[in-house]
Ligand binder design. Sequence first.
Ligand code: G1P
Length: 293
Amino acid sequence: MSSIKPVRKAVIPVAGWGTRFLPATKAMPKEMLPIVDTPTIQYIVEEAVASGIEQVCLVTAHTKKAIEDHFDRSLELEALLDAGGKTEFADQIRAIADMAEIVAVRQKEAKGLGHAVLCAESFAAGEPIAVLLGDDVVYNEGTPCLKQLIDVYNETGGSVLGVQTVPHENICKYGCVDGEKIGDRLYTVNDMIEKPAPEDAPTDVGVLGRYVITPGIFEKLKATKPGAGGEIQLTDALKALAKEEKMYAYDFEGRRYDVGDRLGFLEATVEYALRREDLAAPFKTYLKSILTK
Ligand code: G1P
């Protein structure tokens, strides 16, 4: 399909309070919590950039200034590092600011994920968007998670939701997708329910924080009434869009961590440290020593 518009823009909602991580998030955005030495939001932006995204819109709130600062230049720090001969660090922090064109819009009221995405309507300006949720960090050695979804979009021209099968008792934490399996990892989306009770869930296929969405979503979001939890849900707007357009769910390859959850965050910390050349050997020795005690 040659007429479809390429996916160049990503929307990353970061306005949430992070109550699951208090007290750490009292005065600091949850997206700045580091996995080893890198804030979780940087892993998300890196995935977007590695997937071909050129422009990123952070949907933010007044408590989240540190995130914008992280992706800005820090001239004093760069000068200090350069003067001290620490050019490697200076280059590293300069590179963060050059990764992508990053803009921020404010979500002025906490009205839900659907409302947050709607705040990026002028940023999208009629183009398809990728949406990445900051609580879901995905590690994949091969093709980045978002790129896998963009590849499906490029082939089909339809919106694509990143899904995996989750334990039955956990489907109540996710947007649940009902559809037909039409390929190795590919489903059509016929219906969706936000956070169903396990007994009401038609499947155990959950949306895990990655989406490629066609521009029709914005009209649907404007018409979406508050749903689960009294919030304007992206899932409800997607469900309405799926009635009018082809929509797909793709069972992406990769290990997904729920870094908004304490245990998920610890798992990410340990596994990312074990993947680091500079830390793997001594950290493994340390882990073995405490586990054998
Ligand atoms: C959001 C979405 C949900 C999705 C989940 C993935 O929920 O509403 O559909 O499955 O992210 O992490 P939240 O976890 O923000 O409540």
